[in-house]
Write a protein that binds this ligand. Structure first.
Ligand code: SF4
Ligand code: SF4
Length: 453
């Protein structure tokens, strides 16, 4: 039913492994496929936390409690330690809460160092002159690069995950932070081929560089590719010199102007207005549509979904998935924009803060708000965020574009029964269910795993 039946499990981490190649039906040690898959689930969430915590450490902060949890959780997946499926679900929830803690640590240090993000228009063209394109999440790298390029004539552009940089006062004050180029991470081959200057990749995602631009790719910190030029100790002098030697970028107007920088405090400053618009029926429903993006056609669901929403709805968005929709001009509802970009995936903490604050304002639980989460996932940071939402008690999340491959029918049962997770299906039917125009039990509106997606 989930399409995951081909291989029950695969583990080759100890010498007992079946046939010396891998346990695929059941562990020789006694580990069941479900426990093995839940161990993988935990490891994926830990990888996500590790990415955010590493970014926090680059900013000079850390958290002993999260570090201790990571050690405990890794240890739980070692051979002959834990054979209890329920405890791995509990550990996944604990990982979710540790990820909340980590995202907050990271956000707080970003705000402390670069100021509270504020709504900022972002051009998408290029200015005549040399330029450097920066992708990834490392705002410290962006800050250092802006300082080191100041007065050199080299403009700095953001790509993909770096778009939120434009909203931070301490970064946007640099006039040569010139705009945003390209869309989500998987457009790199085309966007980086077209961009004539050096490209700095600060964190994931990187796609193995194509011949057209691989000599212009600079990597740093955890990122590496074969023969990649490395930036060490935030010294960008070689890359800046390279930018001055390469062909200039043309003066070219972008097709759209994006807006980013809607932090939780910005939205909550509008809370009384939002309350009035909701209570008078002018805002009917909020959606959080965001998360990852991937090159698969299934991702088109999210753009179509937003395009088909009624005009009395507001969409909060964040992370790479926003590039499916952030060029749409959906207008506003009496001053409240209908598409609100909260930032990158690590800024999911702002979405959580907004939801909790709105629930408090309306005197209801988060699950009773007129709010539906429609979330796309691709890599393991998204697994950490999903468990954060589940650990916080958020129910009825729509997940797409595909079910996680490590989910078997046992795990699926828990995801549906305990968390009411649903898999995205048909756009129009999903919208009708979310808005309460039809119930999920009616044909066409399936819980996770039963839609065949
Ligand atoms: S830990 Fe268990 S499942 Fe994994 S290889 Fe060893 S015996 Fe097989
Ligand atoms: S976790 Fe998702 S949203 Fe975050 S960088 Fe990776 S692909 Fe983008």
């Amino acid at each position: 039913m989930t399409g995951n039946e081909a291989l029950d499990m695969f583990c080759y981490q100890c010498s007992q492994t079946a046939r010396g190649t891998g346990c695929t039906l059941k562990g020789v040690c006694g580990k069941t496929p479900t426990v093995h898959r839940l161990q993988d689930n935990l490891l994926f969430a830990i990888k996500g936390i590790a990415a955010y915590m590493h970014m926090a450490r680059e900013m000079g902060v850390s958290d002993d409690e999260v570090d201790a949890f990571m050690t405990k959780a890794y240890y739980a997946t070692l051979t002959n330690v834990n054979f209890d499926a329920a405890s791995f679900v509990a550990l996944a929830e604990e990982a979710g809460m540790m990820n909340v803690r980590t995202m907050r640590l990271l956000k707080d240090t970003h705000v402390k160092n670069f100021g509270q993000p504020e709504p900022t228009p972002v051009p998408t063209g290029t200015r005549k002159g040399p330029g450097i394109l920066v992708t990834g999440h490392n705002l410290r790298a962006m800050h250092e690069l802006l300082k080191q390029t100041e007065g050199t004539g080299v403009n700095v552009y953001t790509h993909s995950e770096m778009l939120p940089a434009h909203g931070y006062p301490e970064l946007k004050r640099y006039d040569h932070l010139a705009g945003n180029i390209g869309k989500a991470w998987f457009d790199q081959r085309q966007t980086f081929s077209d961009f004539t200057g050096p490209i700095l990749v600060t964190t994931n995602c990187i796609v193995p560089p194509g011949d057209a631009y691989k000599d212009r790719v600079y990597v740093m910190d955890p990122v590496n590719v074969e023969d990649g030029k490395r930036v060490e100790n935030y010294d960008f002098s070689e890359m800046i010199k390279h930018a001055q030697e390469l062909p200039e970028l043309p003066e070219a107007e972008g097709k759209v102007t994006l807006t980013t920088g809607f932090s939780a405090p910005v939205i909550l400053s509008l809370a009384p207005r939002i309350r009035e618009l909701v209570e008078t029926g002018r805002i009917r429903h909020f959606f959080l549509v965001g998360g990852c993006d991937s090159p698969f056609m299934t991702g088109k669901y999210f753009r179509e979904f937003v395009q088909k929403l009624p005009e009395d709805t507001v969409v909060l968005t964040l992370a790479c998935g926003k590039y499916r929709i952030n060029d749409l001009d959906l207008g506003d509802i009496e001053g409240i924009p209908r598409v609100i970009d909260l930032g990158q995936c690590n800024d999911a903490i702002d979405a959580i803060d907004v939801a909790v604050a709105l629930a408090e304002m309306f005197g209801v639980g988060v699950n009773d708000l007129p709010l539906t989460l429609v979330v796309s996932w691709m890599e393991q940071k998204a697994a950490a965020i999903l468990w954060s939402l589940l650990a916080l008690g958020v129910k009825g999340i729509y997940l797409g574009p595909v079910a996680p491959a490590w989910v078997n029918d046992d795990i699926l049962g828990v995801m549906v029964d305990r968390y009411d997770i649903r898999l995205v299906g048909d756009v129009e039917e999903d919208i009708r269910v979310m808005l309460g125009d039809v119930t999920a039990e009616e044909p066409g509106n399936e819980v996770m795993g039963s839609s065949g997606a």
